[in-house]
Each structure stands twice: as structure tokens, then as C-alpha cells.
Design a protein. Structure first.
Length: 294
């Protein structure tokens, strides 16, 4: 028997926490009613334990300053939450002051806006691009949350900021339930030519048929992501608790595990943790478990 070897930490690169109220979560429709409740750290830790996850990155779900502060407080009290992607008013003139107040928040790793809900041309706006430029100055990543129809606009955004780290959320929400690969696939190929962009494999099951999806429905889209970005720029996330509309937390990770089973161990470790740590520049991770090799 060889000596036990430490397993690389498994990081859920994308999840949410929230205190539910109807006014601020109007996007939760009647068909999504199971999400109309609080999702707190104990709920998250329970799900992580079932799926063997070691660490997570909490991502904003509301465009409020209070939520960013709350997520950071949750992260400070929870070693397993190794990073927070918050929200800031990127288009406002006073953005610099807003960002300055986060100086010293080591777990703040980036920002995001709900651009998928914005009108066409939002990512072309001068004030928005001025805000993105200030993130690079502070070494912070920016998560791009869009629908597949916004990919060309996202490409223009990335071209304006070649030194900014961008992370594409939810593989740009392709029309999986319809089985449509194009034009999403070739647009992903084009975006991936920009080496300052990584892609989160997350949010896919809620773009599929919630009650009938399988790995085979997702496989063409996963294949396209691997072909476009390579393993080097892919990271896995759950989009919990939103994923619960279509999949249990563990089922999602088991599905991804099945897809990547034929990849090398180093590639698997990268997608399931290393990429998130690298792209979000996280160095302080909780201790991983130990894997025994015979």
C-alpha cells in the first residue's frame, strides 16, 4: 500500500445564498415556487457534504449593496466559502468609492451584474465599460451572465478589455430544451479565441427539459465547451439552489463526473477545482480530504 495522498479540493464555482422576499425575487415565477424560501449556509453545507465538495464560490443573485455585504459576512464565518462574486453599481460615477470600501476583503474575488435582463447594447455602453476597467485595476474578475443571443455583444466587451479576467456563467444559456446548437456553438468558439475568458459549466439543467433531461441531452453542449475552451479554461459549478428546479445537488455533480470520467485525473482536478482557484486567484482553501491509493 502506498502512502495516502491528498485529494485536490473540489470547488463549486457557482452557487447562491439568499433571504427570500417576494419584492426582491420577482424573477422566481410560480413554476419555480420551490425556490421561494431562504437558502442559508447550513443548507449549502448539507448539500456539499452529500456531494463531496470542499469549497464554494458564492455569487450574487440581487443587485444590491446589502447582499454583497451579507455574502461576505457569510464567507468570513464559513471557511468552505472561499470566494464571493458580488455586485457593485458599475455604471455609476461613484463606483471607485464603492470599490474602495471593499479593500481588505480577501474573499471578494469579483463582481457580476444580471446582464441577461438588460436591453441589447448594455455591454457596449461607455459607463459600463468604464466600470469594467476599474475592476482590472483592482485585480477583480467579472462574471458575464448572458443568454446565448448576447454572445456577440459579449465578444465586443472582451475585446475592449484584453487584460481583464472574464468568466462566462452557465455556458451562456444555450437552448438545450430545443436541442439547438447553432449559432450558440460557433459563437462560443469565437469568444473562446480570447484567452482572458474562462467558462463555467453550470446552469445547464435549467436550460434543458426540467423533468426529462439526461446526460445525453447535455453532452453535445459539454463537447462544444471542451472544444472551444479546452479543459484549461473550464470550471464546474452547480448554480444551487436554482438547479433544484431540475436536479438535486448531488445528481448534478454525479452527471458531470460521468461526463468527465474519461479525462485524465489532472484534467478532472482542474475542472472541479483548480480552474476556479486560478481564475478567481484564490489561495486560501480549506483542507481537502484524503484519498487512499492501493
Amino acid at each position: 500500500m502506498t502512502e495516502p495522498r491528498a485529494r485536490a479540493p473540489r470547488i463549486d464555482a457557482h452557487h447562491h445564498l439568499w433571504r427570500y422576499n417576494e419584492a426582491e425575487f420577482g424573477w422566481i415565477s410560480d413554476e419555480m415556487a420551490l425556490l421561494r424560501r431562504d437558502f442559508f449556509v447550513p443548507d449549502l453545507l448539507g448539500a456539499m457534504g452529500e456531494a463531496g465538495m470542499d469549497a464554494t464560490i458564492a455569487v450574487q443573485a440581487r443587485q444590491t449593496r446589502d447582499e454583497t455585504d451579507w455574502l461576505l459576512s457569510c464567507a468570513d464565518a464559513t471557511p468552505a466559502i472561499c470566494g464571493v462574486v458580488g455586485w457593485a453599481p458599475l455604471t455609476e460615477d461613484k463606483l471607485a468609492g464603492e470599490l474602495d470600501r471593499f479593500a481588505g476583503c480577501n474573499k471578494l474575488v469579483g463582481f457580476r451584474e444580471i446582464v441577461q435582463a438588460e436591453p441589447n447594447g448594455y455591454m457596449d455602453r461607455h459607463d459600463f465599460n468604464r466600470g469594467i476597467a476599474q475592476l482590472h485595476e483592482r485585480g477583480l474578475a467579472y462574471d458575464i451572465l448572458i443568454h446565448e443571443r448576447q454572445l456577440e455583444e459579449a465578444i465586443r466587451l472582451v475585446d475592449r478589455h484584453p487584460r481583464q479576467r472574464f468568466i462566462l456563467d452557465h455556458v451562456a444559456k444555450p437552448l438545450i430544451a430545443r436541442g439547438e446548437l447553432e449559432p450558440w456553438s460557433w459563437r462560443m468558439q469565437e469568444l473562446a479565441k480570447r484567452e482572458n475568458v474562462a467558462c463555467k459549466i453550470s446552469g445547464m439543467v435549467t436550460e434543458a427539459d426540467w423533468s426529462r433531461w439526461s446526460l445525453e441531452d447535455l453532452r453535445p453542449y459539454l463537447d462544444a465547451c471542451v472544444a472551444a475552451f479546452g479543459v484549461e479554461r473550464l470550471m464546474a459549478g452547480s448554480d444551487w439552489p436554482v438547479c433544484l428546479l431540475a436536479s438535486g445537488y448531488r445528481r448534478w455533480w454525479d452527471t458531470l463526473g460521468e461526463y468527465f470520467a474519461g479525462f485524465s485525473q489532472s484534467e478532472i482536478s482542474w475542472v472541479f477545482g483548480g480552474a476556479a482557484a486560478s481564475w478567481y486567484q484564490i489561495s486560501d482553501l480549506p483542507s481537502s480530504s484524503v484519498e487512499v491509493s492501493l
